[in-house]
Design a protein around this ligand. Structure first.
Ligand code: AMP
Length: 310
């Protein structure tokens, strides 16, 4: 049951009120892979330049990420730099240097084309469509995008919507795509254009799953410390898709559980810079956090009646 991710493989330089990291491993495919591989092996497709720290990338292979789809090209790796404000909810992009990513054309290795679960990380939607042309019969395709593509390649994005199952975006992207400020109405607008599910990521306010069968909310995990929010959305996607790939279940109940795994992985991502936290944790830590979520949202509908009875 292959789990394929196509996305950016970056060197991130990030400044938060609590410190900074320079040229750290980042990019949508890397965050997705680091989180997803804790649940299920991941097949990664992307491009790096000759300057990429290959030894660090190889450590991803030791965690269950198949790197046969990663091409090394002459030139510089994709670099992204950002700075977060005091409350960590606002971010300025300081630099985006495309390097070899500018000419990236995803070539899915033959061995990956039977992938059942596919995550199209935030790249040019024309390239996301090219990926779909190369995979045979996926059971579930999820995709992410950003305002830049919503503004610049809207027609292609609308074509993509007809072919994918899960749209995973943050609230501002969903508003911009639909032209509607109201999240639930906006999600229904998307559902009418093809996808079966919309996952809206709302940062510190958690995430929402909207399907024709109903709506499910999962909170952000109440952490003692948040260090660096970069990549939380891609780690969320890794948890969500990793859980589905591991279990193979697409029932509404299992999708809700996938939301909790996604949220758990997002919470691990923000506890350290880059993908460091995923080096420290094991599947048992993930399972424990998922259990903690149940305690967080569980309530007893009959508590008042029981109290009244004494
Ligand atoms: P997020 O915090 O979910 O927005 O994801 C941040 C990650 O996206 C960082 O690791 C960046 O390297 C990567 N990234 C930033 N800008 C782009 C872009 N234009 N295309 C692809 N990946 C990007």
């Amino acid at each position: 049951m292959g789990l394929l991710v196509v996305g950016s493989i970056a060197l991130d330089s990030v400044e938060t009120p609590f410190g900074r990291a320079d040229d750290a491993l980042g990019g949508s495919a890397v965050f997705f892979g680091a989180a997803g591989a804790l649940l299920h092996p991941v097949q990664m497709v992307g491009v790096v330049g000759r300057d990429y720290p290959m030894a660090k990338l190889q450590r991803l292979a030791e965690r269950g990420i198949d790197l046969r789809g990663v091409t090394v090209c002459d030139g510089e790796s994709f670099r992204w730099a950002g700075r977060y404000g005091f409350d960590l909810s606002t971010r300025d992009t300081l630099e985006t240097r495309l390097g070899v990513f500018a000419n990236f054309r995803p070539a899915i290795p033959e061995e990956f084309r039977d992938a059942r679960y596919v995550f199209l990380g935030n790249i040019d939607p024309e390239l996301q469509l090219e990926v779909l042309e190369q995979v045979h019969q996926p059971a579930l395709v999820a995709f992410d995008t950003m305002n830049y593509w919503i503004q610049g390649k809207r027609t292609v994005l609308l074509r993509l919507l007809e072919r994918i199952d899960v749209l995973m975006v943050n609230d501002s992207e969903l508003r911009e795509l639909s032209g509607d400020w109201h999240i639930h109405r906006a999600a229904r607008w998307v559902l009418a254009r093809g996808p079966k599910y919309v996952v809206v990521k709302k940062g510190e306010h958690g995430a929402v799953l909207v399907a024709s069968s109903g709506v499910f909310y999962v909170p952000a995990f109440p952490l003692d410390d948040i260090f660096d929010p970069t990549g939380a959305g891609d780690a969320f996607a890794g948890g969500f898709m990793g859980h589905i790939a591991r279990t193979g279940g697409l029932s509404p109940a299992n999708l809700r559980l996938a939301m909790v795994y996604g949220s758990a992985m997002g919470s691990f991502a923000v506890e350290r810079f880059s993908i460091q936290r995923f080096d420290e944790i094991t599947p048992a830590d993930v399972a424990e956090r998922v259990r903690a979520y149940r305690d967080l949202v569980h309530f007893d509908l009959d508590a008042d009646a029981r109290d009244a009875r004494g």
